[in-house]
Design a protein around this ligand. Structure first.
Ligand code: ATP
Ligand code: MG
Length: 356
């Protein structure tokens, strides 16, 4: 039986509850399939890491993750960490940099039973995850931001052909498996050199994918177009900050940011991560909605399936996704969706609907 080692980082706030729900669903689905075994490796992160190693992202966790096929990352509540630890990169930022997880992939798809403000939509954002205006200041010394005088600050963005090429290839490859359309989002009319390079390199890469239709929009116009006609878009490729902002918009347009999944990936590693935060206000109450992180795990399984050329893993992913959609459309909903199901009841609802 094919066995995959999956790291599990529970994190803070609602992290332990929703991450456990995900592990339970994956375990049930793999048992039913009988073809695949998931071996979960639990590792400290967030407050658990601080308590054990005085570090929200301990080196021992990073070392252990290297030995996995990828991992599921719960949310973290970095704002609550002690001051000296808060100044470090937050746990997910640290992993994105350490493992060079350069593609942040965020789909937005309408679901039956969830109110959408844009009608139907099925798009995915490929957000460059390593540079732009969120570049790593340790990597580009003096480039990120600096104070010229106490009252004047310069914040700069970094754009490199290498990073743009790899996110563009990821986006065009994804489009080939979808509706074969890529939209490049930029602001080349104002940020002429930085956004200009982003646009030019994406267009150049696009020439290697003649079957894929390409267009491009300025970020501001794109925000308006998404609200008006989200369903016209398939794959969107954009730089770090624009992708961060647009994906919150698209997450909310198709229902709720609380349902939005994502994976962060490199050529050989991937991390599943819900788009929402640690929701400390509802932690420990068994009412959090685990949909975002479960759908992130589904994306991760699809990635794993393609990485290892293993269609059985893809079948498990489809089964989980169908079970989840079925549960919601049949009214098994957590409080945030207007229902009464607890986190554990919702999770059971999905497991009951998995196909044998
Ligand atoms: P962060 O800085 O960690 O991103 P945030 O300020 O963006 O945090 P979230 O933790 O995402 O905030 O929470 C925003 C609101 O959405 C809170 O009221 C929270 O309770 C709610 N919320 C977030 N995630 C969920 C979830 N999975 N289920 C139910 N409610 C949620
Ligand atoms: Mg947030």
């Amino acid at each position: 039986m094919a066995t995959y080692k999956i790291g599990v980082l529970y994190g803070d706030g609602i992290g332990p509850e929703i991450t456990k729900a995900t592990v339970d669903v994956l375990t049930a689905a793999s048992k039913l399939a009988g073809t695949t075994k998931f071996e979960f490796v639990e590792l400290p992160m967030g407050w658990d890491g601080i308590e054990k190693y005085n570090d929200p992202m301990p080196q021992s966790t990073k070392d252990a993750l290297k030995e996995t096929h990828g991992w599921i990352m719960g949310p973290h509540d970095s704002a609550s960490y002690p001051k000296e630890l808060k100044e470090k990169r937050n746990p997910s930022g640290e992993l994105r940099t350490y493992f060079d997880l350069y593609a942040n992939v965020r789909p937005a798809k309408t679901m039956e039973g969830i109110r959408s403000v844009v009608g139907d939509a099925d798009l995915v954002i490929y957000r460059e995850n390593t540079e732009g205006y969120y570049c790593d200041r340790n990597m580009y010394v003096g480039v990120g931001e600096w104070k010229v005088t106490p009252d004047i600050v310069i914040s700069a963005g970094v754009f490199t052909r290498k990073a743009i090429e790899r996110i563009a290839h990821a986006a065009f490859k994804a489009a080939l498996q979808r509706r074969k359309k890529v939209t490049i989002v930029h602001k080349a009319n104002v940020i002429q050199l930085g956004s200009g390079l982003f646009l030019d390199v994406c267009r150049e890469v696009g020439q290697q994918y003649p079957d894929v239709e390409v267009d491009d929009y300025h970020i501001d116009a794109m925000a308006a177009h998404l609200v008006r006609r989200a369903n016209d878009f398939d794959v969107i490729v954009t730089e770090n900050m624009f992708g961060d902002i647009l994906s919150d918009l698209t997450g909310e347009l198709v229902g709720s940011l609380g349902l939005a999944p994502s994976i962060n990936s490199s050529d050989n590693q991937a991390m599943a991560q819900a788009a929402h935060g640690s929701a400390p206000d509802i932690a420990g109450k068994n009412i959090a909605n685990p949909t975002g992180i479960i759908l992130s795990a589904v994306m991760f399984l699809e990635w794993l399936a393609s990485q290892h050329n293993d269609p059985k893993v893809s079948e498990i992913a489809r089964n989980i996704e169908n079970g989840l959609f079925l549960a919601i459309s049949e009214g098994v909903k957590t409080k945030d969706l207007g229902g009464t199901a607890s986190t554990t009841e919702f999770t059971e609802g999905i497991i009951e609907r998995l196909k044998r």
